[in-house]
Design a protein around this ligand. Sequence first.
Ligand code: NAD
Length: 255
Amino acid sequence: MTQGIEGKVVLVTGGGSGIGRAIALTFAREGSAVVVSDVSGEGGNETVRLIMQNGGEAIFIQCDVSKAVEVQGMIQKIIKTFGQLDYAVNNAGIAGIHKYVADYPEDIWNKVLNINLTGVWLCMKHEISQMLSQGGGAIVNIASIAGFAAQRGASPYIASKHGVIGLTKAAALEYAKTGIRVNAVCPGITATPLIENARSEVPSEINKIFSGETIPMGRIALPEEIAGAVIWLCSNAASFVTGHALVVDGGMIAE
Ligand code: NAD
């Protein structure tokens, strides 16, 4: 068991697929009650079913993180159901399409920024208000190695993930004395539907990265390997860690 995770209430946005699902399942195994949130009812309900099948506790709340009213309603429902929110993992995100800056369509630019960056801020806004009233909590935002280094053809994704790291540091400073810790996990390439769907669209040199060939450890990550870092950042073992962006990428940005 990881220190301090048992008996807690955790929210995972985008918990209906990939990394979010692995995070939700890992928290449930460690004894937390899990709020699985997603814009997709099908994926979110399936994650809840998987948790309950293993004897864990979970509920599903449908929410589009880019809609302020829905985010506020989600946090209210969590408090009505569980009375508290100990940890929040702001994971929901989309990739956008592969186009260079001058050709990028404005509607897709806005969509990526609204979900990946404004969505994280909206969630934090309401999570932090609740955590302040309880006297503490821990937040982990899922950024990316795209928050440190750029890649061609993904400008809004790169900008949003750089933004998430900045936002994480800003909030960590503002609430450092309140018992709320705010950190980010920055996954490298991870085996999820997001990467599978993007593969058909991107040029061969990016597909080489997606296959793991060029990654120092010689493979891409499993979603459970990202979940491990998230759990650690929430746990008592990380009690003095705030404002940190933890890279989990098999050595990719060390090169
Ligand atoms: P995924 O596509 O498998 O899952 C993303 C989930 O987010 C889906 O269930 C989807 O329905 C949900 N979602 C999308 N838009 C939403 C919205 N507006 N509101 C609420 N939920 C919404 O993707 P994944 O690979 O598991 O990605 C999860 C996070 O990890 C994302 O923030 C992504 O940018 C980040 N990430 C992924 C990788 C990777 O290689 N897979 C690498 C670095 C960072």
